[in-house]
Design a protein around this ligand. Structure first.
Ligand code: AMP
Length: 493
């Protein structure tokens, strides 16, 4: 099948052709004709399947006729994180280059004034995180009664982040006559309830089973018995030095670990940058752009910051920590082996991680993962660490920290499980979107220079403590790249 068979106009076909795409992906082939016919679509697909184009293309086609009115957007795309929203906006730019559609992106970290000015002029497409969109609505800057098409992207992620009550509220503010295109990687019962309530006889399009990993990914684990974090970091460096490693994402469970690993790699002259929810939005955007342009080779990331990001052609994923939830493993390794390319995912597994590892195996099946013999490298790393001396009291401290943090995480998980109380995420700022829609802000402590907020007095002590702790192992280097970069589509009037 080619794009010509989908019923798209010449202008769109030209833009698609210029993107370099020749064939629609399965989700595009199945969803685009249904969406063009005006039907609601329920798309069950993960990031990496080409799902973004499967809703942006038919939307552009539909919006080509008609004009935007002040404060009354004609279509709305809701995405769980700022990065995902920005990527959707970039897709509209790319495919809509021969159409005169106006767009506004409503995400946290960008001034209300600029966003309001756009809304007042009238927009065809509104791309937003739910919290920031409702903030605008409550300020009276926005009416949703003109919405013709509404998209909910990564609905299961919205559920994880406590956004479902916001989504329900937004659905109710839009006209019943709207067309709804709804995407989710998995269909938990709460999401099923939402689709049963708000979608009208949707065409169900499913491209891969939930929790199924791409067959192009080689998955390996390395077992470690040492609890010395230095050994873990040395092994990571050996992995990064591997022959075919072009670029990669290194996943950690906590933001504090992301910062430590990033600083350690920078100190060892790796071209690496951290990515998590406490970093300034400008820094996060810049990091992703540089990664896409091959100016940055490694990103060290937390789950929420990386979820849903469109980063093409990542050769390797490294799980520095075993994720607590098996579906995070699937999402993490889904960053590699995309669009038919070969990919590799390696995970470091300590004895304490066995429970989480077994849960991953029971989700994805054990056939796919093989244990890599790294005994020589581990022996060397342990000897090197021993030669440098015992890690003083750090292990004890980090152990205590771990306990403290896992307590926090448990608390966070509990509050997340309580789907009716998303307010907990909102208390820190006016909305979750102010945090980049990123509840990973509760992942743990942070000692990064790029934090948006000033530490409170009682926090400074522990921050200093963790700084001096870190100096024992990794001399701090200033982290580069704090700029005021704003992507092109956000600068346009
Ligand atoms: P998505 O699942 O929307 O995040 O898309 C995953 C990646 O596939 C993105 O880098 C897209 O640019 C790319 N992509 C989308 N459609 C196609 C296509 N028809 N052929 C090849 N790559 C595509």
């Amino acid at each position: 099948m080619t794009f010509d068979d989908l019923g798209l106009s010449e202008k769109l076909l030209k833009a698609i052709h210029e993107s370099g795409y020749t064939e629609p992906t399965p989700i595009q082939a199945a969803a685009i004709p249904e969406a063009l016919s005006g039907r609601d679509v329920l798309g069950i697909a993960q990031t990496g399947t080409g799902k973004t184009a499967s809703f942006t293309l038919p939307m552009i086609e539909r919006l080509a006729k008609g004009r935007a009115r002040a404060r009354m957007p004609r279509s709305l795309v809701l995405a769980p994180t700022r990065e995902l929203a920005a990527q959707v906006a970039e897709n509209f730019e790319k495919y809509g280059k021969y159409h005169k559609l106006s767009m506004a992106l409503l995400i946290g970290g960008v001034s209300f004034g600029d966003q309001e000015a756009k809304l007042t002029r009238g927009v065809d497409v509104l791309v937003a995180t739910p919290g920031r969109m409702l903030d605008h609505f409550e300020r009276g800057k926005l009416l949703l009664t003109g919405i013709e098409v509404m998209v909910v992207d990564e609905a299961d992620r919205m559920l994880d982040m406590g956004f479902i009550p916001d989504i329900e509220r937004i659905f109710k503010l839009t006209p019943m006559t709207r067309q709804t295109l709804f995407f989710s990687a998995t269909m938990p019962s709460e999401i099923q309830r939402i689709t049963d309530t708000f979608l009208h006889k949707p065409a169900r399009v499913e491209v891969s089973k939930p929790a199924e990993t791409a067959s192009t990914i080689t998955q390996k684990i390395i077992r470690l018995s040492s609890k010395d974090e230095r050994v873990k970091r040395m092994i990571l460096r050996r992995l990064l030095d591997g022959e075919n490693v072009k670029n990669g994402i290194i996943f950690c469970n906590r933001k504090s670990t992301v910062d430590i690993v990033a600083k350690s790699l920078q100190k060892h002259d790796y071209n690496a940058r951290p990515l998590h929810g406490d970093l300034a939005q400008s820094f996060r955007t810049e990091t992703l752009e540089k990664f896409r342009n091959n100016e940055v080779r490694f990103i060290i990331a937390s789950d929420v910051a990386a979820r849903g990001l469109d980063i093409p052609a990542v050769s390797h994923v490294f799980n520095y920590d075993v994720p607590i939830h098996a579906d995070d493993y699937v999402h993490r390794i889904g960053r590699t082996g995309r669009a038919g390319l070969e990919g590799s995912a390696t995970m470091l597994v300590l004895n304490k991680d066995m429970k989480a590892y077994k849960s991953i195996l029971s989700t994805i099946g054990s056939e796919g993962i093989e244990e890599q013999d790294f005994s020589e490298e581990i022996k060397q790393a342990e000897e090197e660490a021993a030669a440098r001396g015992a890690p003083r009291s750090r292990n004890q401290k980090s152990h205590n920290n771990d306990r403290h943090q896992s307590k926090n995480r448990d608390h966070h998980n509990k509050s997340n499980r309580n789907r009716n109380k998303p307010q907990e995420e909102k208390q820190a700022g006016s909305s979750a979107a102010e945090n980049g829609g990123d509840p990973s802000n509760q992942e743990g402590q942070l000692s990064s220079p790029q934090k948006d907020r000033k530490p409170k007095q009682h926090e400074r002590k522990s921050k200093n403590q963790s700084r001096s702790k870190q100096k024992t192992f990794d001399d701090e280097k200033p982290v580069v790249g704090m700029g005021d970069h704003v992507p092109a589509f956000m600068r346009k009037p």
